[in-house]
Structures are given as structure tokens and as C-alpha cells.
Design a protein around this ligand. Structure first.
Ligand code: MN
Length: 231
């Protein structure tokens, strides 16, 4: 009898610990600015749905996936998306790839935006790095726009730092430049800037005109934040 009571108590403690672990979940980050802060370049309705519905859904799905696997619990988002090959279950891996990537990419995207009046310009160091790799800021923006326009379907265009140089890449879906083993090695690098070219990011205001959205995006790039990522 006594052993039975102890065993029951032990089970209860384990359940409490398990619940406590599930409480430590990824949360939707605050934007740090009002939904209409990027008007007219990115409209408030798009921002609200994009952040409050799309990004939130990635987080909900990611938390469900993490809660289902003891191997995933307690890891940072960078650890999860940077080592997807460690997840042996193919379906679970795909869920973390899509939704973990979605969480990381969107957090990075929100942190890359600033109202047009405070957008600024690349730092001297970043300007020098851009000039060394592309010839000029204008040429970098052209290459970035080409990557954004030629990404078929949904995905992202990126400015990345790789082996001491800068490069323009793009990824499908919610893949990100740190997803080793998932994206080609040529596209692995440190992301400095990314633009979301999923239709949900621009369709309400720009409809099929992705090029107009990408051109408008430059007005709300937070160059201070982007410049600090260099190095
Ligand atoms: Mn998005």
C-alpha cells in the first residue's frame, strides 16, 4: 500500500514537471511599433494579419511540435532551425522546418523594419561591404529585387554575409539562410536583411505587383538594425 502511494505521488510530480516544460513555449513577439507605422509602404491591415494571424499560427504549430518531442524541448529557435537534420522523424522535421523557420524569419523581418522617416541608410562599414561585393548600393538592391522576383511561389529574398563577403540569395517557403543541410551550401550564411515575398505579405495592397512591394520595402528598412548585424 505504502509503495503504491509513493508511486502515485511520483507520477503526479512527473506530470507537474512535464506541464511546467510545456509552459516554456515560444511567444509572439511584440512588433515594437504600431500596425500603421509602415504606411503607406506596408499597410496596417496587412501588418495586423501578417503578425497576428500568420506569425502567430507558425508559433502555435511550432509549440505543438516541440511539446510532442522530449528531444526538442528547451531548445532555442536558432538551435532548432540550425540543426534540423537532428530531427529524425521526417514529419516532425518538416513541421519544425516550416513553422520554426516561419517564427525565426518573421521575427527577423519585424526587427528589420522602421518607419520611413527613421529608415536611415547603411552604416559606413555596411556601405563599404556592399560596394566591395556588388559595386554599389543600387546594384545590391537590383540583385535583391531580382532574387525576390524570381523566387517562384512563396519564399524570401536575402542579403547575407558569407566568408567575409555579402551575397544575395533566396529561399523557398520558410527556409532560412542558417538551415544547414536544408538549403544549398551556397545559400548558407548570416542573414543581414530579408524580405518576405509570400503573397500574404503584400497581396491586399499590391495584388500581383510583387515588384512594387519590393521597391516600397526599401523605404521601411531599418538600416541601423541591418548595419549592426554585419560582422
Ligand atoms: Mn509572412
Amino acid at each position: 500500500m505504502k509503495a503504491g502511494v509513493l508511486a502515485t505521488g511520483s507520477v503526479l510530480v512527473s506530470a507537474k514537471i512535464a506541464n511546467a516544460q510545456e509552459v516554456i513555449a515560444f511567444k509572439l513577439p511584440d512588433l515594437g511599433y504600431p500596425l500603421d507605422a509602415m504606411e503607406p509602404h506596408i499597410d496596417a491591415t496587412t501588418m495586423g494579419i501578417h503578425h497576428g494571424k500568420h506569425h502567430a499560427a507558425y508559433i502555435t504549430n511550432l509549440n505543438t511540435a516541440v511539446a510532442s518531442s522530449d528531444d526538442l524541448k528547451g531548445k532555442t529557435i536558432e538551435a532548432l532551425v540550425g540543426d534540423l537534420g537532428a530531427i529524425k522523424d521526417a514529419k516532425l522535421m518538416a513541421t519544425v522546418r516550416n513553422n520554426g523557420g516561419g517564427h525565426w524569419n518573421h521575427t527577423f523581418f519585424w526587427d528589420s523594419l522602421s518607419p520611413a522617416a527613421r529608415s536611415g541608410k547603411p552604416s559606413d562599414d555596411l556601405t563599404a561591404a556592399i560596394n566591395a561585393s556588388f559595386g554599389s548600393v543600387v546594384k545590391m538592391k537590383e540583385a535583391f529585387a531580382v532574387a525576390a522576383m524570381t523566387r517562384f511561389g512563396s519564399g524570401w529574398a536575402w542579403l547575407i554575409e558569407k566568408d567575409g563577403k555579402l551575397a544575395i540569395t533566396s529561399t523557398p517557403n520558410q527556409d532560412a539562410p542558417m538551415m544547414k543541410g536544408m538549403v544549398p551550401d551556397t545559400e548558407i550564411g548570416k542573414p543581414l536583411l530579408g524580405v518576405d515575398v509570400w503573397e500574404h505579405a503584400y497581396y491586399l495592397k499590391y495584388q500581383n505587383k510583387r515588384a512594387d512591394y519590393v521597391a516600397a520595402f526599401w523605404n521601411v528598412v531599418d538600416w541601423s538594425a541591418v548595419s549592426k548585424r554585419l560582422g
